[in-house]
Design a protein around this ligand. Structure first.
Ligand SMILES: *Cc1c(COP(=O)(O)O)cnc(C)c1O
Length: 332
């Protein structure tokens, strides 16, 4: 997989560290847990969208874009990183924030990622929940074109075949790190939402014939739908890379038992996971994605799904800025 064939800018502090979590591993008494620190990608407090944006910005600049347009939930980490990337390249940015979480505390609508979006001078527009947000993006794009701009539309989460290349690059990086330190990786686990992270990791790990399975812990959709969405994007990414054949549906595995009452709504397991990682390892997770992803990993270890003698890598996809939108959840 020759990623240099694709237009790309540099945004990410790479390679991100691959660290052992000895205190968490001992606390759970199961497999050895390692963490791929993609919360340390370096742009505007980091996160997984930075890797995708390297390829999306590359494409946008090649197409002469003057204005990035994207969308996400109110506390979107993707919007925050896109706004920062736009600032760095002198582009304007408009983001549509979907009020997906209703009746949250005032901090949720103004602090955390929203505060940072404003600091990056991103034009924010809100939309009620339940609209076709990608259709809303197209409408804003048409409005900007009519005003003489060259908009570049980035789908929610930066998840298309271009953005997913960022996680193909991460798969290559992870495999190189593991081989350098003679670490055999038995499983990769991470939080999955708009699917680009899992599709990219799978395209990379399958394309390199690594034999490493990937489990996505869902944060919104039910399992069938999540797996189908990841598989669809995996096939597109595979084709974009020019790989032969087609990856099998069974290679895509998601567990969506840890969503709780819905996207962005706290669960007891998420709160426990955020507190345990903070107190045992000094690592900040987030309430919407990595907290629920780690809650799933912790529960699966407790149920014996992952065992002593195995080496697991949890990909920390970032998001800690979101903690400041959830003050009451952690410090009532
Ligand atoms: C967007 C996001 C995810 C999910 O990644 P997808 O590529 O959208 O599936 C996970 N964690 C954090 C912190 C995120 O912001």
């Amino acid at each position: 997989m020759h990623l240099s064939r694709f237009p790309r800018v540099t945004l990410c502090h790479a390679p991100t560290p691959l660290e052992h979590l000895p205190r968490l591993s001992r606390h759970l008494g199961g497999p050895e847990i390692f963490i791929k620190r993609d919360d340390c990608t370096g742009l505007a407090s980091g996160g997984n969208k930075t890797r995708k944006l390297e390829f999306l910005l590359g494409d946008a600049l090649e197409k002469g874009a003057t204005h990035l347009v994207t969308q996400g939930a109110t506390q979107s980490n993707h919007v925050r990183q896109t706004a920062a990337a736009a600032a760095k390249f002198g582009l304007r940015c408009t983001a549509l924030l979907e009020t997906r979480v209703a009746d949250a505390a005032p901090e949720y609508y103004a602090n955390g990622n929203v505060l940072l979006d404003r600091l990056f001078d991103c034009a924010l527009e809100t939309r009620p929940a339940g609209l076709d947000m990608n259709q809303e993006l197209v409408a804003v794009g048409e409005r900007l074109s009519a005003a003489g701009e060259t908009p570049y539309l980035i789908p929610g989460g930066g998840s298309n075949a271009i953005g997913a290349l960022g996680y193909v690059a991460c798969a290559q990086e992870l495999l190189m790190q593991a081989n350098e330190r003679r670490l055999r990786i038995d499983h990769v686990v991470h939080a999955t939402g708009s699917c680009g992270t899992q599709a990219g990791l799978l395209a990379g790990l399958l394309g390199m014939n690594s034999g490493i399975p990937v489990l996505g812990i869902g944060v919104r959709a039910p399992r069938e739908k999540q797996e189908a969405n990841v598989h669809a994007l995996l096939k597109q990414t595979w084709e974009h890379l020019g790989l032969p054949g087609e990856p099998a549906r069974e290679t895509v595995r998601a567990n969506c038992d840890y969503v709780g009452d819905g996207y962005g709504i706290p669960t007891p397991g998420m709160i426990e996971a955020v507190e345990i990682l903070a107190r045992l390892e000094g690592i900040l997770l987030d309430p919407v994605y990595s907290g629920k992803g780690m809650a799933g990993l912790i529960d699966l270890i407790r149920r014996g799904e992952f065992k002593q003698g195995q080496n697991l890598v949890f990909v920390h996809t970032g998001g800690s800025a979101g903690l400041f939108g959830y003050r009451g959840t952690f410090a009532p």
